[in-house]
Design a protein. Sequence first.
Length: 318
Amino acid sequence: MAGGPKFDEAGLAEGTFTGTIDPLEAESYSWLAVYPYAEANTDLSALALNVGGATAALATAPALAGENVPLIGAVADVAKDEAVAITMKQLASAIALTVKNENEAAYEVSEIALTFPVAVAGAFTVNASDLDAITYTAAESAVKTITFTAAEAVSIAAGESATFYAPIAPVTVASGSKLAYTINGEAGELTASGDIAFKAGKGKPVTVKAPKVVLPTDLSENGTANCYIVSEAGKYSINATVKGNGTDGIKSEFGFAAAGLDTDVALAPAGAKLVWSEVKDLITNVAYADGKITFDAADATGNALIAATDAEGNIIWS
């Protein structure tokens, strides 16, 4: 078993390892290799192995190698003076999770959690006494949920898709079973229309849709203003790069110059905030990005004041 005290793993990246064994006395031998090495794994009917894990990289390039992707191989009747070449095979399966973005804009994926009806990752007892009929028994610590995460969100262009990969144990999801998932916290569910068999050494595709993105209604689409009327609940945006209805500039009759105020029509906010509201939660989720202030309006009646702010949170226009 590779990786033991007699073996050097320095070449594993290239698919090799070296080491010494006791002198060979018989004329021929049968050989078995298991990766990763564990000193306690001496019984082929009860190999303690980790297959996959509770987390996976939210990356579109497969990374299906390492100690959580175990391998096994055997070769029979090799003469003692011949080199031993063992072809290894995967003990793990893999899921290829494709997220389709049917929105009209790009969708940023920061986290996906996929929950199976059975344990698929973590500690397993593997019975490899018959290499043609290997079985897997999940330990109590094995998990049903795999969470795909990344330091930076992955952007999926409108109408495009992205596929993410994770090693899992070879399991069968029975027909009618549910695969639950969340994408950026928004829940969804798939029902298996037939048995889905995840087999060792093979990947299985599963496709889900990115949550529907409701684009905000642009209240300033036909021109900016000092105030806007919202007639129903929903998501809204306003152009925050122009002071009120000053698309033609701050006119002299408005008295700005005489009062010593800035007459530049352009705004360059760093943020936005709700100043006051007549009704609690009438306006929520106020944010600024890419020249727009966005907010959610509730199904209620009342007035509210939203302000554009600088980097310190000071109001520069409202």
